[in-house]
Ligand binder design. Structure first.
Ligand code: FAD
Length: 371
């Protein structure tokens, strides 16, 4: 089969390598260079976890985790780092309660700890007396930028054609095939087309009025006086989510200096093409204050910061659906700021759809009308 994958971020690079691996004639289009920083998958780390307040997502992770493990095995690289994860909030907080219930219903081993027990186990953190901490070992982070590059390399090795720096400007289905036109006027025809365009997806299909809002999100790496407590290791420092404020962060990732910290809250609405990615000192200042309150040895220095894009649906689910009016064009996007951990599964689902025509992901709430 001739299949095109448009957009080679986390999702598209996964779909491309699954299809190339299965021997299909596949082309990957990417409007920028591979691993660029103008989408959503660049940078060093994304949290992976079972702990979700919605059991549907905890369940989906049972399918995603083995695919990540297989990728690490195939590449021989530590693309997933399992340092464990903590979610915390004042006792009785509804989101924390829902997270514990989801872990229980999914059968994921976890421990609920008092703040003092948690501080003994993870001395990096300061928890207040009223906070309850849920730890699960099957969590950590994915090296997102490295994963994209690794998956594209695997796809290329398996025979995929990679067209980087080539923007697709039109996708149309006819009776017999799907037509793909690029900005340089080149036209090709495919049996199936997977569009994993992230923040740029609405521009490719303006007529669909997709329910997607693109926002600017800044992350900050704060410096440490003594790094020893903050390394990523199961009993040293896990990834963390404050379920009452939506601040979250990572241990030292072995790539960049400093603790990465950010807030899962929609930032300013932006146009990915025209808005620049300049970092704001005021955002760093807020992140620094939060880090100083939560951790002992923060130096007061910002080591690094960067901007990334969320592509949000109204209910924070994803879009996994054929483009309205088509049967051979699949849209996979709107990962709503929490989708990287699922990109390998989304890529697999998209690849399976391209081959079999069956779409097996999460049900109606992930279809365009359900978002
Ligand atoms: C600050 C931040 C923190 C996050 N933290 C987490 C986390 O901790 N855990 C987690 O699971 N998720 C997290 N996410 C979300 C996650 O990173 C995204 O959901 C995921 O990266 C989306 O991948 P994607 O493939 O859909 O999009 P992208 O990676 O943006 O890929 C889309 C690609 O399509 C290309 N493209 C678009 N249109 C065209 C076209 N017309 N022609 C050719 N190419 C095109 C783009 O250039 C881009 O490369 C975070 C996101 C951000 C921004």
């Amino acid at each position: 089969m001739d299949i095109a994958v448009i957009g080679l971020g986390g999702t598209g690079s996964a779909a491309l390598r699954f299809l190339a691996d299965a021997g299909h004639n596949v082309t990957g289009y990417e409007r920028f260079e591979i691993g660029h920083r103008r989408g959503s998958s660049h940078g060093n780390s994304r949290i992976i976890r079972y702990a979700y307040p919605d059991p549907l997502y905890s369940n989906l992770m049972t399918s995603a985790f083995p695919l990540w493990e297989a990728l690490c095995e195939k590449t021989g690289r530590d693309l997933m780092v399992k340092c464990g994860g903590v979610t915390f909030a004042p006792g009785g907080h509804p989101e924390l309660e829902a997270t514990i219930a989801a872990l229980l219903s999914t059968g994921v081993a976890h421990t609920v700890m008092s703040s003092s027990d948690a501080m003994q186990r993870f001395p990096a953190f300061r928890f207040s007396d009223d906070e309850v901490v849920v730890f699960h070992a099957d969590a950590g982070f994915l090296r997102s930028g490295e994963i994209v590059e690794a998956q594209v390399a695997l796809a290329r090795d398996s025979g995929a054609e990679i067209r980087a720096g080539v923007e697709v400007v039109d996708v149309r289905e006819s009776q017999t095939d799907v037509y793909v036109r690029t900005a340089c006027g080149d036209i090709r025809f495919y049996d199936k087309v997977i569009v994993a365009g992230g923040a740029y997806l609405p521009m490719l299909f303006p007529e669909l009025g997709l329910p997607l809002t693109v926002t600017r999100q800044q992350v900050t790496y704060v410096g440490l006086e003594d790094a020893a407590k903050y390394h990523c290791a199961p009993d040293r420092m896990p990834v963390w989510i404050d379920a009452s404020t939506y601040w979250y962060g990572f241990p030292l990732d072995g790539r960049l200096d400093g603790l990465k910290i950010a807030r899962h809250q929609m930032g300013d609405v932006v146009n990915p093409v025209v808005d620049d990615r300049a970092v704001r000192g005021s955002d760093d200042d807020v992140a620094l204050r939060v880090a100083e309150e939560r951790f002992g040895g923060v130096s007061g220095q910002v080591m690094h910061s960067e901007v990334c894009l969320y592509t949000n649906t109204p209910n924070e689910d994803f879009i996994v659906d054929t483009a309205p009016g088509t049967g051979n064009v699949l849209l996979v996007s709107g990962c709503s700021g929490h989708g990287f951990k699922f990109t390998v599964l989304l890529g697999k689902v998209a690849a399976d759809w391209a081959v079999s025509g069956d779409l097996d992901f999460g049900g109606e709430r992930f279809r365009i009308g359900g978002a």
